[in-house]
Write a protein that binds this ligand. Sequence first.
Ligand SMILES: N[C@@H](CCC(=O)N[C@@H](CS)C(=O)NCC(=O)O)C(=O)O
Length: 221
Amino acid sequence: MSGGYLLYGDVGSGAVAVEAALVLARQPYDLIEAPTSEPDDPAGGDRVLAANPLRQVPALVLPSGETMTESAAILIWLAEQHPEAGLAPAAGDPARAAFLRWMAFVSAAIYSLYWVKDDPARLAPDPAAQPALVARTLDRISECWGMMEAQVSPGRYILGDRLTVLDLYVTVVSRFNPRRQRFYDVAPRLGEVVRRVDADPRLAAFWPARYPFDPGWDRPS
Ligand SMILES: N[C@@H](CCC(=O)N[C@@H](CS)C(=O)NCC(=O)O)C(=O)O
């Protein structure tokens, strides 16, 4: 390890938002691939257990040796540690309340539902009950994106004209299955923002490596 950050992550996971923040903050990091959502590689996912008993990525080991989990907390913390990168409105900034509100909202109201959607047997052992559970979970995710869309007034980015870790977070979480089509339908202005972040030249080499835009990438898989 470099004495800097050590991230447990996975291609196409929420950890990619943390990686993007590290890239924009120009912070080197070591990466341990821990594919927690890959049934064919259970041992790979188990790697994150060293840092997170919930067996979820992201988990970030800080230069101090302390471990952080929870994507929203990590993103907020990174923005605070590297203020020169301008990745969050500072305490006292008029946009701070909205920033904290939506960071918590994406984590609690949307991202957490993927624990159910990705493996409905966790809450519905009866296979017959699972399709409805998944459908309703996806409806709820869309409803939450639509609610956020109705409550924000984006400029070039969600909180105005400066890219923050909130934009990175929404850009990544909106790519989870069923990917972007439904998101674009319910949140067209947020859709414009995430397309802008997809095309950010500072991330041009990063996205293909960590969340590739393969053919059909924005359609349900
Ligand atoms: N609340 C956590 C959720 C993290 C999470 O669900 N990560 C997914 C990857 S995108 C994962 O590791 N899932 C495996 C599992 O929950 O079993 C956070 O915000 O960091």
